[in-house]
Design a protein around this ligand. Structure first.
Ligand SMILES: [Zn+2]
Length: 323
């Protein structure tokens, strides 16, 4: 059996091509992709590469689809079931896994990075990495579970409490979801965004001048934003390093006395654990976090080049791809 897929063989180039669908291992399932989310990480991965990328590769780490075939030892899932794919495969035994941080597993295999992902008609995943989508939840809403999961991981690491204020730098898809998830957790989000168009989409969040926040999250790859966020923490404030930085901006002047005298802390956040996928699907299915109005483009996989340009130029909010 064959399928069409986007293949990256060298950094900076990709092609829509036909590839064979390999046989399933006994613990895997074959999923017919319904929709794949496109994010800035895909843009980075295709254009300039990524620390975790191995080639050749079919990208795509935000995937929802229908199970079409089960491996010999899979008993907990059924054919025809709509599932969200947690993009990681983890060992379950290493120090990170034992802490419930399988995203930091020393043997982590990320779909779209180390394993083939969802820019294709089909994707293969281990049964233990898939989560059934709640009854009645549409695929194009369920696919937000991946970016929302990464936001839930960040808010968990920030130890966000009810009634606390959250300053969020960047109002792209991640910044918007961080705000909505904060609100669902009964905290008060504020958006710091220089792009007027995006500030309007993220409406509901007040913009703020010299405010200080209990939690500061930087969801834009800007050293300037980190510098501002460092200066905008309340006493006992927490700064979440959510967005990676280009190597040229990776070092910031930082006075440790500020953290000492104000009991502030800085915490990193990268990806998400399996349990965040379960939480995210629940928040979307119940409407606690609205996502539908964030869909700005629905495009065919064959239009990936144009879709990447939309993400690159920050023209849209969320771009969804259909095989
Ligand atoms: Zn592990």
């Amino acid at each position: 059996m064959e399928m069409s897929a986007i293949m990256v063989r060298d950094i900076g180039a990709f092609e829509l091509t036909t590839v064979p669908i390999r046989d399933l291992e006994s613990d895997e399932v074959l999923i017919e992709v319904e929709v794949t989310g496109l994010c800035r990480t895909d843009l980075k991965l295709i254009r300039v590469g990524h620390r975790d990328l191995t080639l050749p590769r079919i990208p795509g780490e935000e995937v929802v689809g229908i199970i079409r075939k089960l491996g010999g030892n899979v008993t907990a899932l059924q054919e025809g079931c709509r599932v969200y794919v947690y993009p990681g495969v983890w060992c379950g035994r290493c120090p990170a896994c034992r802490k419930g941080a399988e995203n930091l597993c020393r043997g982590m295999q990320i779909m779209g990075f180390h394993r083939d992902g969802g820019f294709a008609e089909y994707v293969i995943a281990p049964a233990k990495s898939v989560i059934p989508v709640p009854e009645g939840l549409r695929a194009e809403l369920a696919v937000f579970a991946e970016p929302l999961s990464c936001c839930l991981n960040a808010l968990e690491l920030a130890r966000l409490g009810k009634g606390e204020t959250v300053g969020i730098w960047g109002a792209g898809p991640a910044g918007t979801l961080l705000g909505r998830a904060s609100r669902a957790m009964e905290a008060e989000p504020f958006s710091i965004e220089l792009d007027r168009r995006r500030r309007e989409i993220a409406k509901g969040s007040a913009s703020c001048g010299n405010m200080k926040f209990d939690v500061c999250i930087v969801a834009v790859g800007s050293g300037q934003a980190y510098q501002e966020a460092l200066g905008a923490m309340n006493p006992r404030g927490r700064l979440v390093v959510f967005s990676g930085l280009h190597a040229s901006e990776d070092e910031l002047p930082l006075g440790l006395n500020q953290l000492h005298y104000h009991e502030q802390s800085i915490v990193g956040a990268y990806g998400c654990s399996f349990r965040h996928g379960v939480q995210a699907l629940h928040l979307i299915a119940t409407g606690a976090v609205a996502v539908e109005d964030m869909i700005s483009h629905r495009m065919a996989l064959s239009d990936l080049d144009q879709a990447l340009r939309i993400v690159e130029n920050r023209q849209g909010m969320k771009v969804l791809l259909y095989p």
